[in-house]
Design a protein around this ligand. Sequence first.
Ligand SMILES: [Zn+2]
Length: 446
Amino acid sequence: MRLLIKNGTVVTPKASFAADLLAEDGRIAAVVRTGFLADAAADQVLDAAGLHILPGIMDPHVHFRDPGHTYKEDFATGSAAAAVGGVTTVFDMPNNMPRTVGLEELREKLAAIRGKAYVDYALYGLLTSDNYSHLPELVDAGVRGFKCLMGISAMNTPTGRDVDIWRGAALLRDTGIPISVHAEDTQIVDVVRSELKAAQRQDPLAHMESHPVISETIAVERAIMAAEAVGGRIHIAHISSRDTVHLVRKAKRRGVRVSCEVGPHNLYFTDADYLRKGSSMFMNPPIRSREDQEALLEGLRDGTVDMIATDHAPHSEEEKSTEKGVFSAKSGFCGVETEVSVMLTLVNRGLISLEDYVRAGSENVAKLFRLYPRKGCIQPGSDADLTIVDLSARHVVHREDLHSRSKITAFDGEELTGAPVYTVLRGKVIMDHGRLLGSPSGIFLK
Ligand SMILES: [Zn+2]
């Protein structure tokens, strides 16, 4: 099977250039001068005139809720949303039921996913206080990262202590596999939340105020120190503040093996949007001030922030409701389907370059999770995973159009500029102008 994509502009982290691209048997076979190859050389031809061809966008942080919480999402609906959104690889989190704490649970998860994935997928294991002995078997079975919740529990998931990060980072040191931490300090959040409750606060800004910046930075510093002490790798999930960017930048300068990710929502919304968006934009750590957003964007441009991750976290209408009070609404919303359009909107606003996005949305994810150069680049021999975008396509996000089971997203009603028009997975077109094509063909990237 040969796919020829002609007349497009190929984007790499370093440059953009006009080129035609030939994929053969799932891999990139050639990147050549426009017009060099005849249509007859291929079984299928896509005309990408006016379009940009990005290496397949990879989302290193999604919650597809399968198995165990499929009333929110399952792997078919979540990965369909990814494919339609222009995302070709996802990394799914381990807070399922059962939780991915050992080999048996991993096998159960793989069985639940089988035959449902429209895009390629990698999996995280969970690092808790009592599963050290299972880390090697999870590594052998192909887990590409471990998630550790530092105190803040999502859906009653067991948390990890500083000692667990320290021990885990030592155990994993030579594998190159990162521990991804949800870095927030529960003590601080609990105390501040009680105060806000006592003050009868019920406005949506109270959500942000109950997660003050210090609750994030104090945990980030502990995680970095624990990994640094043993020379291990640490990854800070969903950073949200200027002070965290500073901590990560300082740690990188002194040689710590630290990486971090930021959500498109943190780069798009600010605290000025809470009143209009309500609980639909609740996330932990929260969306913060304009000043924090500017520091996150600066970090993305200078390489301090390594990756874009959506933290796609669907919930039911009831779970997101504030009827029982602002503090009872769950945090998290759908993001995998809108990531590419949101990031292209930021490119169109001149806040980042398209090359920056390719680096943070694809190349760095592949590199830091040891999938490069199989994924994360457009060069002969790499998987032909491509996100082909129209930078000028203006559209309004409508929640009912989402392919996720949950329809809740802070991006509902937002007008975006730029959209994915084709998604190509290992040489096969799986999305054409918003239409999902074919049956699930995603594979486990172990
Ligand atoms: Zn998450």
